[in-house]
Ligand binder design. Structure first.
Ligand SMILES: [Cu+2]
Length: 118
């Protein structure tokens, strides 16, 4: 009896771990240099971008996803709203002036990413 409980507890823990391992860590942070390539395909890849405060950084964004939901990108903190044509690189240059985490999202606020200024 106790064995069965133990097995199911371990089993549930293992399932959680596997889920976390494969799906939970996708939000990888990438440190941008002078520029960074962002692919829009079912979301933003990478979705977390670290950039340096006061330094001009160019986001090179290419939309590969035909979903019209993703055809606009909005960076509220930087007052930027851009149309992203399919399979064409769009450059957005930003020079952050303060530290913090600033989100960006699609035109309908369904897909999200963030810029971490450090
Ligand atoms: Cu959307």
């Amino acid at each position: 009896m106790i064995d069965k409980v133990l097995v199911s507890v371990v089993g549930a823990g293992l399932i959680c771990f596997i889920w976390w391992f494969f799906f939970g860590k996708k939000d990888e942070e990438v440190l941008a240099g002078d520029s960074i390539d962002i692919i829009v395909d079912g979301g933003y890849k990478p979705a977390s971008i670290r950039i340096k405060n006061g330094k001009k950084t160019t986001l090179k964004i290419t939309r590969r996803d035909s979903n019209s939901c993703l055809e606009e990108i909005i960076l509220p903190e930087f007052k930027i709203k851009k149309y992203l044509p399919l399979n064409k690189e769009v450059e957005i240059a930003i020079t952050p002036q303060k530290l913090g985490e600033f989100g960006f999202h699609c035109g309908m606020n369904m897909y999200h990413g963030k810029i971490i200024v450090e």
